[in-house]
Design a binder for this molecule. Sequence first.
Ligand SMILES: [Zn+2]
Length: 327
Amino acid sequence: MAKKIERKSSSWLDVWITIIGIVIVFFGFLYFTQPKELQIQSLAPEATARLPRLVKLGNDWIHNRSDTWLIESELSDQRDLQHEIDLFARFKEQMDFAIDRNRRLPQVEQLGRQYEHKFFITLFSTMGGGTSKFVTKNLNETRLDSLQEVVMFGKFAENHPIIGGQLLFFKAQWNALIMGALQWADSAWFDATFLHELYHAHQFQIQAPTSQAPMLSDLWVTEEIDAHNLEAEVLDLRTGGKLVKKIASKTHSGNDLMSFMDSLQAKDIQEVDTLFSSAGVPESGTRLTEYELMFATEWLKQHGFSGDQLKTRQIQAYRELFGTVVP
Ligand SMILES: [Zn+2]
């Protein structure tokens, strides 16, 4: 759990030294520089047939769950500002913990060497069609060049076109992780999904070919698979190996992967999910994606696939399962 941050009373001086409103990212022309997002439908037509199934599974499993947002509305007065400064300090601590708690995994250790204590939190604003704002009272944080920006958004922005109902994702145009300011239900999931996105940030920073590839192309999906595999490793580590064992015990044979995937029901997902604290809607949606991919991977492993062959089949499965859904 996070260490408690002492909440300081808001004074005039605090307000004065608070910098808000340095607009870091303006965009607009970016839509024109990233036309690949518009090609989604044509790249993965096989996924569209399976979407109703995934949506139904999600609805059956997730229904009636409530979320706790830590930021509800767009910043309106100085009291909100103090609240958000404190909140961001806690989130930043959680991000460093995400590395620390999982650094037994070599990939996390590698990410840690680059990113630990270098997260810089900003606030998503709907102004000007979507921007991020600098909200801090620590002037030392203005050394932006060596930091990784994480843009937090509140409930007010959940359906903004840039967020599009997602909980967290890496936005290459901003070179930033975008993340909902939710009360995360389970630290294992916070860590796993955060590290997934941090992996994308890293691939982008080293200009890996996978990060430059068109959406849903083989290379692009390869990076997704690697990020999801890292996520699975973190979750399995945090459950002491119980997660993979549970998925494996519920994976049954048969000649066709998609028939097996179609046979999965809400109760199967729920049974796996009992390993973690129960979550609200946006977080559960993220979990469902990971469970689906873990089930598909386990099925492939049980059918003798490994190495490059496994990767090829995972790419194919990813597109078929949710080629139009997952960032
Ligand atoms: Zn991803």
